[in-house]
Design a binder for this molecule. Sequence first.
Ligand SMILES: C[S@@+](CC[C@H](N)C(=O)[O-])C[C@H]1O[C@@H](n2cnc3c(N)ncnc32)[C@H](O)[C@@H]1O
Length: 386
Amino acid sequence: MSDQNLSILIKTHAGLERVLAREVRQLGGREIKEVRRGVSCKGDLGFVYKCNLWLRTAIRVLVQLDSFQVRDEQNLYKRIKEMPWENYFAVNNTLAIDATVFSDRFRNSLFIAQKSKDAIVDRFREREGKRPSVELREPDIRINVHIQKHICTVSLDSSGDSLHKRGYRVEVDKAPLNEVLAAGILALMDWQGKGPLMDPMCGSGTFLTEAALYASNVPVNVFRKKYSFQHWLDFDQKLFDTIFEAALAKENANLPEIRGFDIDLMVLAKSRRNIKNALMEEVIKVQKRNFLNWPEEETVTPGTTVVMNPPYDMKIEADIPELYKGIGDSLKRHFSGCTAWVFTASAEGLKHLGLKPTKKIALKNGKLDSWLVRYDLYEGSKKNQS
Ligand SMILES: C[S@@+](CC[C@H](N)C(=O)[O-])C[C@H]1O[C@@H](n2cnc3c(N)ncnc32)[C@H](O)[C@@H]1O
């Protein structure tokens, strides 16, 4: 992997391609292109390490090894067996294959994964008399085989486990937001990490923690211990340490006010543990509060950005019309001069907010169609909109 011009594919959630491309540009990627659920670019090995460490909206970072035409399964086996796997990892590493297939010729991705695995282990066995073992849960090495029509692309997955596993979140509640999605939402909101931010239904604190990590300009995966690239034969520990230390030197200590609330004390205990793990307990303050009963005497600093992911009646039981009407009323009454962003899978709930959206972005939360909706709460919102 001494190539300065590695072909890199960075995967993300649908709808986050644009913000991922922006991050990749800021990090120094070359020849950046947005693709479906991802961004492709060029860079060197150090850039691959940086992507894993820094990219908030990346799920995994793949480095392309080869791309070729395939006719059938036998041909696939032969082509994969010809690749110099012994140059990439050692026989005592465990491995897993992820296969994706979009082709009339090949339909079964599990079978493609199996065939590819056979080719790799047979090559090792014939050359070294031993073969690597397969480990599906926590393999050292992940290999990605992607077939689109008749073109097969084989890549090494440099990340291993999905990059949403940052290493700070140990406690989750019933409906936690995926960290990559939360970071992507903050990026879509164009929150610059400067003004005050509040999540009044913070659950396990994902928006709050991702926001604090962003504002402090530390790499989002600073707490993560494991990446697949650490098992590659050419892993350059010195280069990785240099990149890691240079990243830490960029930390910004001047952070905005970041506050969270939740109605549920048990959930708050979990969010506190996550926030502590992220070393953000001095920055993020969380408190028990029913958002629908915001204290009359408490004014909110104008310019505060509010972001929330209210229950949407899937995992948390809720009376959607009543809850969303209450949210809209609280926003109108107590948050004038602020901008609120509501992320939800409940189209019905949005109708009951009683506020006029100024922006609506379609996203997915897992398989659920969801929307990120912006409301500008001008002075007099209550009078005009209720
Ligand atoms: C979908 S979860 C939020 C998940 C959160 N974004 C996370 O990443 O963990 C919705 C949260 O709203 C809280 N909630 C429901 N009704 C509330 C209310 N009236 N006031 C404050 N919080 C409320 C629930 O306790 C739950 O934690």
